[in-house]
Design a protein around this ligand. Sequence first.
Ligand code: G3H
Ligand code: 13P
Ligand code: ZN
Length: 309
Amino acid sequence: MPLVNTVEMFKKAYEGGYAIGAFNVNNMEIVQGITEAAKEVKAPLILQVSSGARKYANHTYLMKLIEAALIETDLPIAVHLDHGDTFELCKSCIDGGFTSVMIDGSHHSFEDNIALTKKVVDYAHAHGVTVEGELGRLAGVEDDVKVSAEESSYTRPEEVEEFVKRTGVDSLAIAIGTSHGAFKFTGEAKLRFDILEEVGKRLPGFPIVLHGASSVIPEYVDMVNNYGGKMPGAKGVPEEMLRKAASMAVCKINIDSDLRLAMTATIRKVFAETPGEFDPRKYLGPARDEIKKLVKNKLINVLGCAGQA
Ligand code: G3H
Ligand code: 13P
Ligand code: ZN
């Protein structure tokens, strides 16, 4: 099966009350762990690449790894640019075979965000590629840009219809209180489901995207801390909140930090237990297995997309 864009998978996800997992990929073991899990449970997938991932691993290497996964799994897979910040970056990814791009103009004014997003949509749609826009601003770190809690802002539901209509985007990322990275909440986790509900009412049938959706799984944080790491206070989005979002208008749930945590915790454990180990396969292999286990659980028990491929 060739790579797909997100049109069909979001339509089915919206109607079925589940969400597609959008997992960030940076190397072979991550691609394999995610796609082997999806194959076993027959789930559609979005593999997303940030500009940092593209710089780290190289566009062609990542595309070829994803093409290999396509051959191995025969699943509907979309390859998506995560947090594209310029038209040129989006164009380069579209020209290089991505089937979906995000143009994140959330740090611009409303009018500038519309102008930039529309320019990307016009180019993308002419090439059969779908586009995710963003309104509202998440806190946390993306690449080298750090957004403080004070600079972050919730999505204003009264703006979404005009934004979608004037840009022609295929999906919209909104800010309802999640943030990027492993330190999302200091106290109790709180998400503005009222904003999600209002956005859903204003845009019936339209797919919404949730960024910053790692649960920062406590077992992995404990493992990191028990094997020489230091992540006190790391805290993410509870799984039941993700299940609720998936049953509402959210059709795409972005997960990166949990993959990083699973990988890092596992590698730390291997090194702590076998300090003499120096064969990369002996620590990257278990890390890949742990990513597979983690993703399988997300697909079945959190996103609800198992069996939907
Ligand atoms: O939203 C950010 C993702 O976790 C990607 O992170 O830009 O460090 O690759 P990155
Ligand atoms: P997490 O940091 O919560 O995994 O969010 C990832 C994300 O939103 C990628 O765009
Ligand atoms: Zn994000």
